[in-house]
Design a protein around this ligand. Structure first.
Ligand SMILES: [Fe+2]
Length: 532
């Protein structure tokens, strides 16, 4: 059976609480770290999974641990720090889980009497600011982000929290994704939901690139377009969106958030995650918005149900939008990331892995100029280089079928996730390469370079080692798209081996060097490179 694996090694040590490394330590370089690499690789992920006797249930719940690798003249240093969020501080002082997370409902204070504990079920739950998903940038400042209304501005040199920022104080949204897009001038675009008497809306947000006053954060943020959800009380969950030079592409997928269940979760004694469900009786829908005017285009694009967490890239060509994404055929994976599942060993672990949906890169083509005269049943895509089709139906909707951006060899690698591109030069443009992690385990176990034109793969793997999301850094004055390096933090559950920062030549995917640090690190989510 496709993707079935046996005898997976236990990775529980990669999903276990670690100590922070507050004092800067030097890494031991083996091979060669390019002299021109001058800057920080910043990464974040969950690093603390309990307070006192209380334990988090879901991987996404762990407290944000910030990692910093500093590269200069061929040397590397490392430090890490738990984000000093209000959630972290409150839980630390109470020595228990006070604030609920995605998959963990906080219990009432045991010091309250039974009547007070009963009443506290009806209090509005405090929203977490445990922003453990990604580093995002607004007006040149860095913020830790998850998907709630809170972000935490951080000093990337000291990893200290500077300020908590609340999206809902600036615009009428209840949060924003951890994957904004950026124009070359620094203008940031993001998406966030709002819930009103008219139902739920998906809002496209724009944040200007410049500060008017020195101390400002996301001042000047605007909602430029609101898209009503197909079902008022059941908006879709989304983790990212696509952007070309002129358009935003939003994917409404049948992974639904049941607002009624979410609002009543505390009373029912359930975590937020209980309100999310995969409903494949619905198709997946694409919305295209002109990012300059905020106008939603009239095209109604649908495809068979799938789910995407990360878009790879999108661009415009011959009157179409071409959008590439990492896609799964079902959306039941969120439950798989319960910590008790990830920490299993033996057959139990194999079973968890073999029940997970793998993720594959797919291309969709959305024709922009649709006329009433186009005949039904006709493929409206003029692109000779893509087998993706967009067929007009008699009801006027456009039915989109994807092109696979891979051959069978990617199935043997366990599919691909955490896609990254040469973002600075090729975001929103026709491109050739993306990079990602292969998943022959529940966390990434290889690094890959995918050529989206000829669909060939290059793979880096070392048995027993688990690499993080690969970050592309261009060499100064680069001429070619892949002229640069790939940075990834590679970790292992083996006690006698070191974790390391790996540097690959992005062209041939060969190792240039590694910088070993004798520090335990858990498997994380996302990161970014900041030149100094
Ligand atoms: Fe993500």
């Amino acid at each position: 059976l496709l993707g079935q694996r046996q005898n997976l090694p236990c990775i529980a040590p990669l999903l276990t609480t670690v100590e922070e490394t507050v004092q800067i330590i030097s890494a031991q370089v083996k091979g060669h770290i390019p002299e021109w690499l001058h800057g920080y690789l910043l990464r974040v992920g969950p690093g603390k999974f309990e307070f006192g006797k209380d334990k988090y249930s879901h991987w996404f719940d762990g407290m944000a641990l910030l990692h910093q690798f500093r590269m200069e003249k061929g040397t590397v240093t490392y430090r890490s720090k738990f984000l000093q969020s209000d959630t972290y501080k409150t839980n630390s002082v109470g020595n228990r889980i006070v604030i609920s997370e995605f998959g963990t409902l906080a219990f009432p204070d045991p010091c309250k009497n039974i009547f007070e504990r009963f009443l506290s079920k009806f209090e509005r739950p405090a929203m977490t600011d445990n922003t453990n998903v990604n580093y995002v940038q607004y007006k040149g400042d860095y913020y830790m982000s998850t998907e709630t209304n809170f972000m935490n501005k951080v000093d990337i040199e000291t990893l200290e929290k500077i300020e908590k920022v609340d999206w809902s104080k600036f615009i009428a949204v209840n949060g924003a994704t951890a994957h904004p897009h950026y124009d070359p001038d620094g203008t940031a675009y993001n998406m966030g939901n709002s819930y009103g008497p008219q139902g739920s809306c998906y809002n496209i947000i724009r944040v200007p690139p410049e500060k008017v006053d020195l101390g400002e954060t996301i001042h000047g943020a605007q909602v430029i377009c609101s898209i009503s959800s197909e079902e008022k009380m059941k908006p879709s969950y989304y983790h990212s969106f696509g952007m070309t030079k002129n358009y935003i592409i939003f994917i409404e997928q049948p992974l639904k958030m049941n607002l009624w269940k979410i609002v009543t979760s505390k009373i029912r004694g359930k975590a937020f995650s209980d309100g999310i469900s995969w409903e494949p009786q619905y198709n997946t829908r694409f919305y295209v918005v002109d990012k300059h005017t905020g106008q939603l285009l009239p095209g109604m694009y649908y495809s068979k149900p799938f789910i995407t967490f990360h878009q790879i890239n999108a661009f415009e060509d011959e009157g179409c939008i071409i959008i590439d994404m990492c896609c799964q055929d079902n959306g039941r994976n969120l439950d798989i990331y319960q910590l008790q599942n990830l920490r299993k060993s033996g057959e139990g672990l194999d079973q968890v892995y073999n029940s997970a949906a793998l993720s594959f890169p797919r291309r969709f083509v959305l024709p922009l100029h649709i006329s009433e005269n186009d005949p039904a049943g006709e493929n409206l895509s003029p692109l000779s280089y893509s087998s993706a089709s967009a067929v007009k139906q008699s009801d006027g909707k456009i039915w989109c079928s994807h092109e696979n951006l891979h051959h069978e060899d990617l199935e043997e690698e366990g599919g691909i996730e955490f896609p990254q591109i040469n973002y600075g030069q090729f975001s929103g443009k026709k491109y050739n390469f993306f990079y990602g992690c292969g998943f022959r385990h529940l966390v990434g176990d290889s690094l890959m370079k995918v050529d989206v034109v000829n669909k060939s793969l290059k793979v880096w793997r070392e048995d027993g080692f688990y690499p993080s999301e690969p970050i592309f850094v261009p060499v100064p004055g680069a001429k070619e798209e892949d002229d640069g390096v790939i940075l990834s933090v590679v970790i292992t559950p083996k006690q006698n081996e070191n974790n390391f920062l790996l540097v690959l030549d992005a062209r041939n995917f060969e190792e240039l060097g590694r910088a070993e640090v004798p520090v335990q690190m858990p498997y994380g989510f996302h990161g970014t490179f900041v030149p100094i």
